[in-house]
Design a binder for this molecule. Structure first.
Ligand code: SAM
Length: 229
């Protein structure tokens, strides 16, 4: 059975699309998508041999060798010669996801939709999308096993249309998530609030005020954004 997190990711895959799951590990997501009849074909990409062989094993076990291809390669290199229109990158940190997108720009030509699930630092991913002509069309946030996960869905288009004048705040917290707050959102930002307050207090006690002032300002800004919510 798929985790709630990956099940939610799957809801953003358009029926009939061809998907590449980058960093697929056991290929659970492609297997689920094909078995449910959501996609006809999928690629499972992996940079590491260990997870790649787990993926191959699972694909074989499910008798799906003819429709799911497991490929060894770094990031988007595995979609070079494939007609993929949807890319999923899930279960990694935001900075790594942004790096994979940045390094795979040439391969993104022809890709219509990105479904990205950063475990931390989703703002890095939003910023990359914003700077590279991808419109953030939807977002989700969910709470599973004491961890809060965010999912970002982007399509090529007007990157600015998802945002209002409060760009920095929305890049940090998510424009769609801010408009549709749920309990996972509140949980995440309550935690963040407590964390920031702790760091802020520590900074105030430190004596090297000059060096710390930029950081203090940054935290003050974040705390005031959170106070608005
Ligand atoms: N996507 C699955 C999920 O969401 O459950 C697996 C997540 S697992 C924590 C991260 C996987 O990404 C690992 O199997 C790792 O080998 C792979 N990975 C890390 N960097 C990668 C890269 N640059 N290209 C392809 N795969 C990568």
């Amino acid at each position: 059975k798929l985790s709630m997190r990956l099940e939610k990711v799957a809801t953003f895959v358009r029926s009939g699309s061809v998907v590449a799951d980058i960093g697929s590990d056991h290929a659970y997501l492609p297997i689920y998508l094909v078995k449910k009849g959501i996609v006809p074909r999928a690629i499972a990409g992996e940079v590491n041999e260990g997870p790649l062989s787990s993926a191959k094993e699972q694909i074989k076990y499910n008798d799906l060798n003819h429709v799911i291809t497991a490929k060894l390669g770094n990031g988007l290199a595995v979609i070079q010669d494939e007609s993929v229109n949807t890319v999923v990158i899930a279960g990694m940190g935001g900075p790594l996801i942004a790096d994979i997108l940045e390094n795979g720009k040439p391969q993104l030509e022809g890709v219509e939709r990105l479904i990205l699930q950063p475990n931390v630092a989703a703002d890095h991913v939003r910023r990359w999308l914003f700077n590279n002509g991808w419109s953030l069309i939807d977002e989700a946030i969910l709470d599973e096993g004491d961890h809060v996960y965010e999912i970002l869905v982007a399509e090529s288009g007007d990157a600015k249309e998802s945002y209002s004048d409060d760009l920095e705040k929305e890049l940090w917290m998510g424009p769609h998530l801010l408009r549709n707050k749920n309990s996972a959102f509140n949980k995440k930002w309550n935690r963040e609030w407590n964390q920031l307050e702790k760091v802020y207090d520590q900074l105030k006690q430190a004596n090297d005020q000059k060096k710390l002032s930029k950081k203090t300002k940054d935290i003050q800004q974040k705390l005031s954004w959170l106070k608005e919510e």
